[in-house]
Design a protein around this ligand. Structure first.
Ligand code: 5GP
Ligand code: MN
Length: 333
């Protein structure tokens, strides 16, 4: 990491500051782990508030001090006030204001110093200081680099747990190619700080409701293969979700099952979000097939080369039809 990134930021934090920390919409373990690590690191010397744009999986409530997180969708006035008074805003695990939807104008208009730490492709140019490296496994790995350069002695067990959780989640438990020797070195240092890896594993992966298993069953049953292409996709209608008591975050990881089939290089999950009038798409791929450019070009989205997401404003059936047409163009080109 560029050392001047840390020394520049330090100059702004010599006296007590009002800091606001923001993850992307529907934050996942990497986004919330990053925010809470920053919260714990600075909370003794500064006023730190986390604002999540909306709800997130119940599974993540084990993260230390998760109950301190403010929700923009539940307490808008308080959150707007916090942003308006903020002197420093951390932008974590996203690099484009579309990723926070209704929070976007408040961040744009804020006069605060904006610090972006993120690992997605093509960052937008709105931050005062940016540490953006798409090859990094997770934003949490970058947070570790940042905090250890800032003052390694201040990284305690709570911070270590937040960071470890984000790294495990974003690397698929150290399986994805973005897992580097440095990722593993950091994990080892986090264990030395007291992280109980079995406990984190139980909290993250063995803490679901029975209905989520049924929803997975429905997703697997709905998988189809695209004719003549190494592509699988599945759909979850609003009805499928209601029947199986869908809760926020339940479909996390489902899309990966398509890639478990021999010869398949791309897997897609389309989830109908009837109350928002959209279909949320998740893309995963292997090898030469990239999905971030596909998501950006056809579904107003983006992400990483092998893991991306997007949105469709069409019905579920129309989205499926559009996807089948677009994927043909994308893979042939
Ligand atoms: P997921 O499929 O798990 O929702 O997202 C996979 C990856 O794509 C994540 O890194 C996420 O940040 C990114 N992503 C998901 N949805 C969107 C979206 O609507 N826009 C952009 N730019 N990125 C997305
Ligand atoms: Mn991430």
């Amino acid at each position: 990491m560029n050392k001047s990134f840390v020394s520049n930021i330090k100059t702004h934090l010599l006296d007590r500051k009002k800091i606001v920390v923001i993850p992307h919409l529907s934050p996942d373990a990497d986004a919330l782990g990053s925010c809470l690590a920053i919260y714990h690191f600075f909370k003794n010397n500064h006023e730190v508030d986390i604002i999540s744009p909306n709800e997130y999986s119940e599974v993540l409530k084990f993260l230390p001090s998760e109950d301190e997180i403010n929700r923009f969708d539940l307490s808008k006035d308080k959150c707007v006030k916090l942003i308006n008074h903020a002197e420093i805003i951390f932008i974590l695990d996203f690099n484009n204001l579309n990723r926070v939807r209704k929070l976007s104008p408040y961040i744009k208009e804020s006069k605060a110093i904006k610090i972006m730490i993120d690992h997605h492709e093509s960052p937008d140019d709105f931050a005062t200081y940016a540490y953006c490296v798409p090859s990094m496994s997770s934003t949490c790995e970058m947070i570790y680099n940042f905090l250890s350069e800032y003052d390694k002695n201040l990284i305690d067990k709570d911070i270590a747990e937040c960071i470890y959780t984000g790294i495990v989640a974003d690397t698929g438990s150290f399986r994805f190619p973005s897992t580097s020797s440095n990722t593993l070195k950091i994990a080892s240092e986090l264990i030395d700080l007291g992280v109980e890896i079995d406990q984190i594993y139980q909290n993250l992966f063995n803490n679901f409701q029975f209905s989520r298993l049924k929803l997975l069953g429905k997703t697997l049953e709905n998988f189809k293969k695209v004719k003549d292409l190494p592509v699988m996709y599945s759909l979850l209608s609003d009805e499928d979700q209601k029947t199986n008591n869908y809760k926020k975050g339940d479909t996390e990881g489902f899309v990966n099952f398509g890639l478990s089939i021999e010869g398949i290089l791309c897997s897609v999950l389309m989830v109908e979000k009837k109350d928002e009038g959209v279909v949320k798409l998740s893309f995963r791929s292997k090898g030469k097939i990239s999905v971030n450019d596909f998501a950006e070009k056809f579904f107003n989205g983006g992400g990483h080369i092998h893991a991306a997401g997007g949105i469709s404003h069409l019905s579920l059936a129309e989205t499926e039809e559009k996807f089948l047409k677009d994927i043909l163009t994308h893979i042939k080109s």
